[in-house]
Each structure stands twice: as structure tokens, then as C-alpha cells.
Write a protein of this length. Structure first.
Ligand code: SF4
Ligand code: SF4
Ligand code: SF4
Length: 183
């Protein structure tokens, strides 16, 4: 193969690789994306949301932000980022929504609950922390302590505020928010 042909072959290969990486990025699932309070299931919410940003503008705590992920469905959609703050559960976001993407009725259908990732939590590496425990407004119910050191989360008592996530010092966080159906 001549140098010229090899040169064009290498360029073509780089472009193909970059295109494959881009396609992979935009086709990733929405793992760990938490949509605002009052959202329905993912398919319905992403179909109804107009990405106007009114809920983000009205969010009192600043926990809502526009998603920055390079994905045609998710880019600019409102998501909860508990690095920013916790949710005050004021529901100004629902009141601000001009479409049916956020509705109070959905608060009855779904519940946000905090879930501990023990493999990341420093308490399970025998370090002292307790940040989540002390941050919880439902202390000793939503989060209890085993042997005065190991946090245990109770989804039935959890209010879904995200204070525990906001206070968690690990990077990435050792707690995630998950949406479950309200029984
Ligand atoms: S309920 Fe209030 S604090 Fe929570 S996301 Fe909506 S506007 Fe923000
Ligand atoms: S206010 Fe409603 S339609 Fe606008 S971005 Fe928020 S959820 Fe979507
Ligand atoms: S989300 Fe709020 S209520 Fe639930 S465990 Fe965390 S701090 Fe407690």
C-alpha cells in the first residue's frame, strides 16, 4: 500500500471510530437520570416535555437543571441534580409547567426514594462519616444506623428530598435517587 493510500485509510478509520463513539454516546440509556417531581414514566415524560425550562427557572432550591447530555431526547430536558441542592418539595415546578409533562396526580403514582450503594459508601470501608444520617429530616426512620456506623435506608419512610445525596462526600455519590411506583 502506498503512503498516500495508507494516509487516507487512517483518516477514514479515525472518522469511523469517532462516528461510532458519537452513536454510542447518544444511544446510552438514561440510567441515573432523575426527572422532576410530578413526571410520569420516562417515555411519557420525554414525549410531553417541551424543554421550555420554566420548571428549572421556578425551582426554588436550584436542584433542577437542564440536562447537558449529548442525546437528542435528553439534551435540555429538566433533571434533578442533587450536587446542586436538595428538593424542597414546594412543587413550583409542577405549577410552572405549561404542558402536561408535570402533574400533581403523578405524585400519587410514583415516589422518589434514596438508595444506598454500599460498595461506594465509606462507612462500609470502616471510615467514620454519618453525613447522610444527620442530614435526613426523617432521621431514625428513613435512615437508621446499624452498630452506630452503618447507614440503612428505609424506602417506606423516605420522603425523596435528596438531602442525604447532597451531603454525601464521596465522588461519585454513594446514594442515588430512584423512582418507584407508589403502592
Ligand atoms: S418541588 Fe420545588 S425544589 Fe423540588 S424540584 Fe420542584 S421546584 Fe425545585
Ligand atoms: S416546564 Fe414542563 S414542559 Fe417546560 S421544561 Fe419543565 S417539564 Fe418540560
Ligand atoms: S431522600 Fe430525604 S428523607 Fe429520604 S433518606 Fe435521604 S434525606 Fe432522608
Amino acid at each position: 500500500m502506498t503512503d498516500r493510500r495508507r494516509f487516507f485509510k487512517d483518516i477514514f478509520s479515525s472518522i469511523t471510530k469517532a462516528a461510532a463513539e458519537f452513536a454510542y454516546e447518544i444511544s446510552k440509556t438514561t440510567d441515573n437520570v432523575v426527572f422532576p417531581p410530578g413526571s410520569d414514566n420516562e417515555d411519557r415524560f420525554t414525549a410531553l416535555c417541551e424543554k421550555c425550562g420554566k420548571c428549572v427557572d421556578k425551582c426554588k432550591s436550584g436542584v433542577l437543571e437542564k440536562h447537558k447530555k449529548l442525546n437528542p431526547i435528553l439534551l435540555d430536558i429538566p433533571v434533578m441534580n442533587f450536587d446542586n441542592n436538595y428538593c424542597e418539595q414546594c412543587y413550583s415546578c409542577i405549577e410552572a409547567c405549561p404542558s402536561n409533562a408535570l402533574e400533581k396526580e403523578n405524585l400519587e403514582k410514583f415516589k422518589l426514594v434514596a438508595k444506598l450503594l454500599k460498595d461506594k459508601c465509606v462507612a462500609f470501608k470502616d471510615m467514620f462519616c454519618l453525613s447522610c444520617y444527620w442530614s435526613c429530616p426523617n432521621i431514625d426512620k428513613a435512615i437508621t444506623l446499624r452498630d452506630r456506623n452503618y447507614p440503612e435506608f428505609n424506602p417506606i419512610e423516605c420522603k425523596g428530598c435528596g438531602r442525604c445525596i447532597n451531603s454525601c462526600p464521596t465522588e461519585p455519590k454513594s446514594i442515588i435517587m430512584v423512582k418507584i411506583k407508589n403502592d
